[in-house]
Ligand binder design. Structure first.
Ligand SMILES: *[C@@H]1O[C@H](CO)[C@@H](O)[C@H](O)[C@H]1NC(C)=O
Ligand SMILES: *[C@@H]1O[C@H](CO)[C@@H](O)[C@H](O)[C@H]1NC(C)=O
Ligand SMILES: *[C@@H]1O[C@H](CO)[C@@H](O)[C@H](O)[C@H]1NC(C)=O
Ligand SMILES: *[C@@H]1O[C@H](CO)[C@@H](O)[C@H](O)[C@H]1NC(C)=O
Ligand SMILES: *[C@@H]1O[C@H](CO)[C@@H](O)[C@H](O)[C@H]1NC(C)=O
Length: 197
């Protein structure tokens, strides 16, 4: 298990890992900030994209009834002074007689540069974190903008809100793959912040 964790951390810039990340944070809300005032202060809620699959949709202005999330880390990792410790962003799916902690995964699509982050009941997830301003980032470890690629820990903040279809057509939190502008014309750039409940 440890070997496969290390292999996957070294292999992918925005790594998807399978690991026991069991140190869970207190619940928090996710709130957007944006130059576009339509989204500033809006909370993220979850929306049905498939069986037990949830996307992140626009909620109302942040309030104590907004949806909460948690963040799990592994005690094997040493925190970075600015970036903290990477881990999984989780949503607790409530079933009839069970609750299931589902981590967020961003699967990189091959025909568009706009990806839709999804909570799925899974062992694997996309490594993300919260920086010292509580801003959500995706954790990268390989820089391939130089040749040969080098190991370099970096935080990426390529968050947008776009009209997407990952099962249903919704305005969702989205991730742009690579440094260029999103090809989807509806996308508006946002930052995602954690506010503890
Ligand atoms: C997060 O940690 C809690 C507490 O250890 C655990 O119950 C839960 O399953 C974990 N969630 C994920 C997605 O790993
Ligand atoms: C803000 O976003 C809305 C919804 O996508 C869009 O209609 C509007 O043009 C945007 N405003 C600015 C100033 O970009
Ligand atoms: C939630 O906020 C409302 C209005 O601000 C307040 O009346 C209520 O007591 C709060 N509830 C909790 C559980 O904090
Ligand atoms: C678990 O996380 C808390 C903060 O969220 C931290 O204080 C504690 O040291 C962590 N424990 C381990 C074993 O990493
Ligand atoms: C699931 O979570 C909700 C809200 O935290 C709680 O009220 C409920 O009792 C939980 N259900 C189970 C089966 O643990």
């Amino acid at each position: 298990m440890r070997a496969s964790i290390i292999t996957s951390i070294l292999a992918f810039a925005a790594s998807s890992v399978t690991a026991q990340y069991l140190n869970q944070s207190a619940p928090f809300y996710l709130v957007l900030s944006s130059r576009n005032t339509s989204f500033d202060g809006v909370s993220l809620s979850t929306c049905h994209e498939g069986a037990a699959i949830e996307g992140l949709c626009l909620g109302s202005q942040l309030s104590n009834t907004s949806v909460t999330y948690t963040f799990n880390t592994s005690s094997f990792l040493t925190p970075d002074p600015v970036l903290g410790t990477p881990g999984s962003l989780n949503y607790e799916l409530e079933g009839g007689n069970f609750n299931l902690s589902s981590p967020m995964t961003i699967s990189s699509p091959i025909t568009t540069n706009v990806a839709v982050p999804l909570f799925t009941p899974s062992e694997s997830f996309t490594e993300v974190g919260f920086d010292n301003e509580n801003k959500l980032y995706v954790y990268g470890t390989i820089d391939d903008t130089v040749s040969p690629p080098v190991y370099k820990v970096q935080a990426f903040y390529r968050w947008y809100v776009c009209l997407t279809n990952a099962g249903y057509t919704y305005t969702t939190l989205s991730w742009v793959v690579g440094p260029h502008s999103p090809e989807n014309p509806s996308c508006q750039e946002v930052e995602v912040k954690r506010v503890f409940a």
